[in-house]
Design a protein around this ligand. Structure first.
Ligand SMILES: [Zn+2]
Length: 458
């Protein structure tokens, strides 16, 4: 009952603020920021040390930048509930049978590898989940993704992604299935780690009306449809998690003849933005603050691309994120959007890894998704800071950073085993893995470190 009342109140706020003007959004943001800072100072030992006494009255830019590695090392001091302990959370999040189960009976938790370095663990209480749910379902046209009203009835939604870890999207899908049993018949998750022909067969059997996936996986599915193997007619394709390149968007729209809707989220804030009908990505600025900054953490003007952003999550008071560094590159568009929304328009770049085309045992090529390769290395070889470079159709080169670099030989062996096993299951010719750990990591065109790079010319 309390949950329903809260959901109703949040829903009303999300709808009314979404239609409000810039002054209303700014007022909501200011008020929530002051509340967050006060809560963090009072209940988080970490922030009590980090923040000056008058932090709630200072501009956000005067507060210190936070980084994942340091916060994770001080997890028990960072969180606002002393019952939350990393030593107990970690085994919970690695147990596949406990996906979407409430931790300590009240918290939604997920893990994230991030794009470099250390894994992160994120804890949400019912209040912050109510905000994410309302933002996902009630803004920008609405989606049946997470709302308690059965808007999704009649749809057949396929989530195509990494399904065997407590990742944010996967936990969200499982949570939805648990909370809304009627959704079970409408929502199915498909693992991108299975061989492409098996994925194609499963999707052909399911006949989804909506596909929710990553841009690279959408591109792979479009190619499968073009070749005639995948025979589905989705009404909409939803993407997120990676940069959606204009070429990929055109291709997927053309092949499936469907509408595409792109979203922007992170493990640190699930529902940062959705595209409006004009194709502009609107940031939910009443619930999340993104400060685009350069390498020296100086603010970057609208219209200019940042090299990173600082995220402040105004919804989560259990595990406060204040000026938390994310590697996303963001351009804030100057001026309002033609759709009439006062929510700022952003363009997110630099979240792009490459699809690899490798030689198949049966002749032809097999496409490997960057997210599948990353998941294999994280889950089976336990490396998080790495770069995989394609040398040719049967050879990849691996560079390791972080803790794995110091035990490179053992880490390389785990990676080789995991990748060769995966390649075998995907129908590739035997895979060669070269050791390039001694070489510096390569940067992409945008200057951002990338994890999976195709051969030049691909
Ligand atoms: Zn718009």
């Amino acid at each position: 009952m309390f949950d329903l009342l809260r959901a109703g109140a949040v829903a009303w706020d999300v709808v009314s603020a979404g239609r409000g003007d810039a002054a209303l959004l700014a007022q909501r943001q200011r008020q929530r920021l002051a509340e967050l800072v006060r809560a963090a100072q009072a209940q988080s030992r970490w922030y009590a040390r980090q923040l000056p006494a008058d932090a709630a009255r200072l501009p956000l830019t005067a507060l210190p930048v936070q980084r994942r590695g340091e916060l994770m090392r001080h997890f028990d001091d960072w969180v606002c509930d002393p019952a939350l302990r990393l030593a107990e959370l970690r085994p919970f999040v690695t147990d596949p049978n406990r996906m979407a189960e409430p931790f300590l009976g009240r918290y939604t938790v997920w893990e994230s590898s991030g794009t470099s370095g250390e894994p992160g663990y994120f804890v949400q209480d019912a209040a912050s989940m109510a905000v994410y749910d309302a933002l996902e379902s009630l803004r920008h046209g609405g989606s049946p993704w997470s709302w308690p009203v059965p808007l999704g009835l009649g749809e057949r939604i396929a989530f195509v992604g990494a399904t065997d870890g407590h990742f944010a999207t996967c936990v969200s899908v499982e949570r939805l299935r648990r909370r809304q049993p009627w959704m079970t018949a409408n929502l199915q998750a498909f693992s991108i780690l299975q061989p492409v022909p098996a994925l194609v067969r499963a999707l052909n059997a399911w006949r989804p009306s909506i596909i929710a996936t990553y841009p690279t996986a959408a591109a792979l599915l479009a190619e499968q449809a073009q070749s005639g193997a995948l025979r589905i007619a989705p009404r909409e394709v939803w993407t997120g998690g990676e940069t959606l390149e204009p070429g990929v968007r055109r291709h997927v729209q053309q092949v499936f003849g469907c509408r595409m809707r792109n979203s922007y989220g992170a493990s640190e804030f699930l529902a940062m933005g959705w595209e409006c009908d004009q194709g502009a990505m609107h940031l939910n600025s009443d619930w999340v603050i993104l400060e685009p900054v350069d390498d020296d953490y100086r603010p970057v003007a609208p219209g200019q691309r940042s090299t990173r952003v600082l995220l402040t999550n105004l919804a989560n008071k259990v595990q406060p994120l204040i000026r938390y560094e994310l590697e996303d590159q963001v351009v804030v568009q100057p001026g309002p959007c033609g759709c009439g929304s006062a929510l700022p328009v952003i363009h997110v770049e630099g979240r792009g890894d490459d699809l690899l085309r490798m030689e198949a045992r049966a002749g032809g090529t097999v496409m490997l998704l960057p997210l599948a390769l990353s998941t294999v290395l994280e889950e089976h070889a336990r490396v998080y800071d790495f770069q995989l470079r394609q040398c040719d159709g049967r050879t990849l080169a691996l560079r390791l950073g972080g803790p794995a670099a110091s035990e490179a030989k053992a880490a390389l062996q785990r990676c080789r085993q995991a990748l060769q096993h995966f390649a075998q299951a995907q129908g590739l010719v035997p895979l060669e893995l070269l050791d390039e750990t001694a070489l510096p990591m390569l940067r992409g065109r945008s200057g951002k470190l990338r994890r999976v790079l195709a051969c030049p010319g691909e």
